[in-house]
Every structure is written in C-alpha cells, then in structure tokens.
Design a binder for this molecule. Structure first.
Ligand code: C6P
Length: 417
C-alpha cells in the first residue's frame, strides 16, 4: 500500500488496482469468470496482512491468554491487548476498558439488552428502534421488553428509506429509556442522523446504542464525538476475521452493568457463597475469547487506517453515484432506498424477475450479490416486497465491475422480460 491516513488525493484506477492486489481472493475465477465481489455488506474480503497475522498467531504464539505464566501465553496476551488498543483508538474511545471484545455485532447488542436492559427496564418504559433495523437490533429488544413489561416503539421510515427527526422528537418522551438505531442500514444504505438522535435521546435521559455493523467500514466513526452510550460492530465487515466483534460502552455505564455471561476471565474471586467480578473490560469477556480474531481485527483496522476511512468514503461515494446512474438504465428496475445521505449499498427490485433469480443469473457471470430480506423483514414489508437484490461495495471495487453488474442485469431482464 502506498497511501496514508492523511492522504485525501482522489483515488486513481491504479490505486484501486494496488489495493486489489492486497486481497488474494479477488484473483479468484467463479464459473470460469473473474470474481466480481459485490456482497461486502454480508462480509468483506480479507487482505493478505490479516491472513498472515492470523496464521502467524497460530504458527508462533498460539496459547490461551490472561492465564499462563509461560512465554507463549504472555506473547499472546500482549498481542491480544495491543489489538484492543488499536480497536479502541480506531473508534475514538477514551480507554481500553470501554472496548469489549465480543463475537460480533449481534452478541454486542444482546449483551447490552440482557445486561443493561434486564437490569434497568420496567413496565411502562419505552425502547425505540427504527423501522430499518437489522433483526439483530430488533429481536434482542423485543425479548427484553417482553420480559420486563417495557414497550417497544418504532420510528417509521419514509419511502426513500429515511427517518425524520420530527418523528424522533415526537416519539422520544419522558418514558423513553433506550434508543437502538443503525448508523448505516444494510438493506437500504441510508446513513442515519445518529448524532442528532443521540442529542434528542439524552435530553430525556435515555441511552442510545448505535449499530455500526455496516457503518464501520464506510464512514468515519468517533464514539466520543457522537456521544453515543454504546456502539457495536463486527470485525468481518471491516476486512477482519469472522467471530470477532466489538462493543463500545461508556465506562461509567459498563461499570454499573452486571455481567451477562459467567465463566472464566470475568471473575476476580469465586466462592460458593458469592463471587466477585473482574474489572472492565474482562467483566464482559467470559471464557476463552477469539484470540486470533482479535489480533486479526487489529491488523485489519491498521490496514484501513493506513488507507484512510475518509478516502474510502469519498471513493465509494463515486462508485455509488455511478452505480445508481447505471441502474437507472435497466428496464423495470426500482431502487429500494433512495435516501439523500447514503453509503455504498444499492438495493433494488426488477419487474418480473425475482431477486433470487437475479442473484443466480449474476452468479453464473461470476458476480456475487445478495438476494433476500437481508435480515430486515420490516423494511421489506414497508416497500411491499419479499426480497431485494443488493449490490454492496468496498473500496476495492471498480467502475468496470459496476459495468459487469449492469451487463448481467440486462441479461437477466432479457431472459425474463
Ligand atoms: N448484516 C448483511 O448481509 P453480525 O452477523 O453479528 O456480524 O452482524 C449483524 C448485523 C447487525 N446490524 C446490521 C446493520 C447488519 O448489517 C448486520 C449483518 C449482514 O446485511 C448479514 S445479515
């Protein structure tokens, strides 16, 4: 790589070629055609540096952490904690105590719902989510409101796939105790005005969790600037391994919350007449963690920092604009999600062609997209569709790949039209 975090120069085609060379899988052929990977919303590909970092851990320092007095365990512990520091800095948290390592966004949200939610919600309290949430940011809140007698309320979306701050102002009342909102919708691409929502929630003393599963790889994230109470994301959506994720929480809140899983590492003293919990962040990290995953995520975030997230966002903005312009030429295509403030996700339906058929035809051309409800069934219901086709981009995608997508879609329309 040649770029740096402060490099704001426009991204040339040569630069993208250089970035692509960092990702071995992008050289793959699928059905005899070069892979065009446009399913980055589901998971991103891994650069060689992440693959090497994970391999090196297993080859040279594999050991359990925080437990051993031997060399390997000490080395693995240092690498794991160094990765936490990288993760903490990447999201702008003040202390490593605020960077809890989990298995992913889903577990991070379930942690907050089960620990904070079960401890603090009571009958009559209200929890707000938006209509565009991923199931991972709906179901844990449904489960916890059902158990506590609290009420789950929904901030609606308009037909562009946006929430309105006027609706948020109306729905946030003295009864609101918690707001759970995605930073960037996986089904629509909408970037939500989370900073404004956080400000409104804080005016009534409500806490806010931001689901950053999609946003983390596409927009700058600074939890201190957002002033969010919790921020959740997954390593695999930002070029890191699967099975590792992050929960940011404000230290004072995390200190006051009970652990939600018991086991090794999260305790200080265990006695049959009562146990005492470990300090943060370990209080929320029961059992042997995904050590290789954490170290790999640290490498992924260093890699992204070297490129510069602002540069990534600017380039992906160009990719999205070109994609939208080209999609508009496909007969019978309706975009789903046309928010003014959007990131590089293009969801759409095509008249007379089921989304799954689009996905299958594109696959035969070597093009990977996602077709389905994207774990956001309420969004599908809003737009009256069972499924959409979704092309989701990363900084290693090219304008030529968009052209391939358009060729494949035209082929599908011809076959079914
Ligand atoms: N969305 C997609 O294709 P996990 O599975 O825990 O890493 O992430 C869950 C999740 C939570 N919130 C949002 C906004 C998400 O997009 C996702 C994962 C993938 O869109 C798989 S369904």
């Amino acid at each position: 790589m040649t770029s740096t975090a402060t490099n704001t120069a426009p991204v040339s085609a040569d630069q993208v070629t250089t970035w692509r060379a960092d990702f071995p899988i992008l050289q793959t052929q699928v059905h005899g055609k070069p892979l065009v990977y446009l399913d980055n919303g589901a998971t991103t590909q891994k650069p060689q540096v992440v693959i090497d970092t994970v391999s090196r851990y297993y080859e040279t320092t594999n050991s359990n952490i925080h437990r051993g007095v031997h060399y390997l365990s000490e080395m693995a512990t240092v690498d794991y904690e160094n990765a936490r520091a990288v993760i903490r800095r990447f999201m702008g948290a003040a202390s490593d105590k605020e960077a809890i390592l989990t298995s992913g966004t889903t577990e991070s949200i379930n942690l907050v719902a089960n620990s904070w939610g079960l401890d603090n919600l009571k009958a009559g309290d209200e929890v707000l989510v938006t209509e565009m949430e991923h199931h991972s940011n709906i179901v844990p809140w449904q489960m916890v409101t059902q158990r506590t007698g609290a009420v789950l309320k929904v901030i609606p979306i308009n037909d562009a796939g946006e929430i309105s701050l006027e609706d948020v102002r109306q729905l946030i009342t003295e009864r609101t105790k918690f707001v759970a909102i995605s930073h960037l919708s996986n089904a629509l691409g909408t970037i939500n005005p989370v900073k404004e929502v956080i400000e409104l929630a804080h005016q009534v003393g409500a806490l806010v969790l931001v689901d950053g599963a999609q946003a983390i790889a596409h927009t700058p994230v600074d939890v201190a600037d957002l002033d969010c109470d919790f921020y959740a994301f997954s390593g695999h959506k930002i070029f890191g391994p699967t099975g590792i994720g992050v929960l940011y929480g404000k230290q004072a809140l995390l200190e006051a919350m009970p652990p939600w899983q018991g086991g090794g590492d999260m305790i200080r003293i265990v006695r049959f007449d009562g146990s005492q919990w470990n300090d943060l962040p370990y209080k929320f990290e029961a059992g042997t963690p995904n050590i290789a995953g954490a170290i790999g995520l640290g490498a992924a975030l260093d890699y992204v920092t070297e490129i510069g997230i602002d540069r990534i966002a600017a380039y992906e903005g160009l990719l999205l604009a070109y994609t939208q312009q080209q999609l508009a030429t496909i007969p019978g295509l309706t975009p789903i999600g046309t928010a003014k403030h959007k990131a590089s996700i293009a969801s759409f339906v095509v008249k007379h062609v089921h989304a799954h058929d689009l996905g299958t035809i594109l696959d035969s051309e070597g093009i990977a997209i996602r077709a389905g409800h994207h774990c956001a069934m309420p969004v599908m219901e809003h737009f009256g569709v069972a499924a959409t086709a979704r092309a989701s981009f990363a900084f290693y995608n090219t304008l030529e790949e968009v052209d391939q997508l358009i060729l494949g879609l035209n082929k599908a329309v011809e076959m079914f039209g």
